[in-house]
Ligand binder design. Structure first.
Ligand code: TUI
Length: 319
């Protein structure tokens, strides 16, 4: 059940993809997600190319299922990371944080399936023309670097604009979300925040606790003034950053202040002074559990929701 165009394209059992989170998308989480029938994605973020190569090799030691690498287009090591991904024979790439148009042919020539993460109809159209195999359409409910449009509005507009499969991301953490995404025309979902709280995630236990304890209004967006808005859990770091933005700090000063804060928060566990990138759906997450169980539960819940909806007699809603 629940096989879609995306499970066929990627060779995975369930249409559930793990977002390529910087530092957290390491071999342990990626292999757990892929072994659970989803698609694990190594999050290259700003990491040096050696780290990415090592994670690719470690992942292969722990799974023979498909997995991918997310390439963060603002990385200072971008070209070297692309070389590593091609040299290592990775089969699937997602991109984030920019327009991957100029790199598409390099990936395609290497036989890599490419799924850029987009937050607008215009970019989805352009990348389809450039040869993208699918797009991940990411709403502004997501954690990390975000666009402007919410998932509920973005997905059907992108679905109508392109012929390639569309994966929905942003604000999805359970089977209701997966069913809703399918109803909007998506072929699957990508989840980041839900997998922060996978048992196999290397997120610091204090960061996992912050996500589990988060309510619906726990996150905030900083960085509009730099052109790179980022959603994270509100803490001393985001309040200080917002104060600096209000006081007219320049991009350089803000970038200097923000530098290294993601690792500090999510790996080292400094939940007040670090950046805790997380989506709005953190409020729905109540416990840490194994990645395989997360996937199993979301798929079986989506199947239940879909079968309930399909049995609704016309005119009776929620009956
Ligand atoms: O990329 C993400 N989310 C991210 S990247 C990231 S790395 C980071 N690390 C430290 C500080 C700041 C960032 C954290 N979260 N999501 C995919 C995504 N891509 N969302 C939005 C976009 C996007 C933005 C602009 C895609 C294309 C784009 O194109 C602009 C253009 O040139 O057309």
């Amino acid at each position: 059940m629940l096989r879609t165009a995306i499970s066929g394209l990627l060779g995975i059992e369930f249409p559930v993809i793990q977002g390529g989170m910087a530092w957290l998308g390491d071999a342990r989480l990626v292999s757990a997600v892929s072994n659970g029938g989803g698609l694990g994605i190594i999050g290259s973020g700003n990491a040096p190319p050696q780290w990415v190569r090592e994670q690719i090799r470690l992942t292969r030691e722990s799974t023979n299922k498909p997995f991918g690498v997310n390439i963060m287009l603002m990385s200072p090591y971008l070209d070297d990371v692309i070389d590593v991904v091609i040299e290592e024979g990775v089969g699937i790439v997602t991109t984030g944080g920019g327009n991957p148009g100029v790199y598409l042919s390099r990936f395609k020539d290497a036989g890599i399936k490419v799924m850029p993460v987009v937050s607008s109809v215009a970019l989805a159209r352009r990348l389809e023309r450039g040869g993208a195999d699918a797009v991940v359409a990411e709403g502004m409910e997501s954690g990390g670097h975000i666009g402007e449009t919410a998932t509920m509005a973005l997905i059907p507009q992108i679905v109508d604009a392109v012929k390639i499969p569309v994966v929905a991301a942003g604000g999805i953490a359970d089977g209701r979300g997966l069913a809703a995404a399918l109803a909007l025309g998506a072929a699957g979902v990508q989840m980041g925040t839900r997998f922060i709280c996978a048992e196999e995630s290397s997120a610091h236990p204090d960061f996992k606790r912050k996500v589990v304890q988060a309510g619906d209004r726990a996150t905030t967006v900083t960085g509009y003034s730099t052109g790179h808005p980022v959603r994270s859990i509100e803490n001393r770091m985001t309040r200080q950053y917002a104060r600096m933005e209000r006081d007219g700090a320049g991009i350089e000063e803000l970038e200097l202040f923000g530098g290294g804060k993601l690792y500090l928060g999510v790996i080292q566990g400094d939940v007040e002074n670090g950046t805790l990138m997380s989506g709005q759906i953190a409020g729905l997450i109540r416990e840490v559990k194994p990645a395989g169980m997360i996937i199993e539960e979301i798929v079986s819940e989506a199947e239940l929701v879909i079968s309930r909806l399909s049995r609704i007699p016309s005119g009776v809603i929620n009956g």
